[in-house]
Design a protein around this ligand. Structure first.
Ligand code: ATP
Ligand code: MG
Length: 243
């Protein structure tokens, strides 16, 4: 996933949060990866909160504060790269600038606001767009999930920057195209063809490739608890080694 950003879309219950959790699990098991988790529902990613630098529920002000911190870190990384005469953060920079995974489950909780929240949502979307557009070379990966990525919910300027798109079951070919990009449904790649009972199944489109139909790995709550405990132990062992 290094240098990749992923957006996952699909109807309610299609398996988005399970997939986000699977990706977070992979990152959490590497103690050098720092996690920043945004979870509009609180319970989807809370298992990982003790492994994470940041865990934010549906609290827009806090979410913006964390994104600002991440942006400042990204600026430091680019200043360092400029001094070094390099263009990307690599594994060797991990001691000072570790890889970061930023996961946002239910983007709409942070991007779709009414009344006073509208301004905060616009700010959140702008900050996240900046991370998605400039974070790649700086070692910052963004994963976002949303039931509907249509422009009224996730600004197009943000959605279109995600290089990897994963469409879980959708009700219509148009909805599938909103996730994968327009034109895929007419070529036979539409997540509306997925049976509603096939949870976790979707089409994954990588940059410049063809959509691939696949099923995410399902981690039960017990699996997640075991993995989270292992990740916490690996991280504390790492801190002890470093001190
Ligand atoms: N890969 C999978 N294999 C088997 N079952 C799965 C898989 N992915 C999801 N499921 C089942 O589907 C249910 C719903 O999945 P999940 O919570 O990820 O959906 P969602 O798309 O995030 O829904 P919502 O939009 O309501 O948040 C899970 O609780 C699980 O029972
Ligand atoms: Mg979900």
């Amino acid at each position: 996933m290094v240098e990749r950003n992923i957006v996952i879309g699909g109807e309610p219950g299609s398996g988005k949060s399970v997939s986000v959790s699977m990706l977070v699990a992979a990152a959490a098991l590497d103690p050098y990866v720092h996690l920043s988790l945004f979870d509009g529902k609180l319970v989807e990613l809370s298992m990982w909160r003790r492994c994470a630098d940041h865990f934010v529920g549906a609290d827009l002000s806090r979410a913006i504060e964390v994104l600002r911190e991440l942006r400042a870190d990204m600026e430091d990384r680019y200043a360092y790269l400029m001094d070094e005469g390099r263009r990307k953060i690599t594994k060797g920079d991990g001691g000072r600038f570790p890889l970061r995974l930023v996961a946002v489950d239910e983007l709409a909780s942070f991007t779709l606001g009414v009344g006073d929240d509208k301004k905060l949502c616009a700010e959140f979307s702008n900050l996240l767009r900046d991370l998605v557009s400039r974070g790649r070379a700086a070692g910052i990966i963004v994963v976002g999930a949303t039931q509907k990525p249509s422009s009224d919910i996730v600004p197009t300027a943000l959605r279109d920057l995600f290089g990897f798109r994963w469409a879980m079951r959708c009700s219509t070919p148009q909805a599938s195209d909103t996730i994968l990009g327009s034109g895929w449904a007419t070529q036979g790649f539409t997540a509306s063809s997925i049976d509603g009972r096939d949870r976790g199944v979707g089409f994954l489109l990588s940059e410049g490739g063809w959509p691939v139909r696949l099923k995410s790995y399902y981690l039960s709550d017990d699996d997640l608890r075991t993995l989270a405990r292992r990740s916490e132990a690996l991280r504390s062992a790492d801190v002890e080694r470093a001190s």
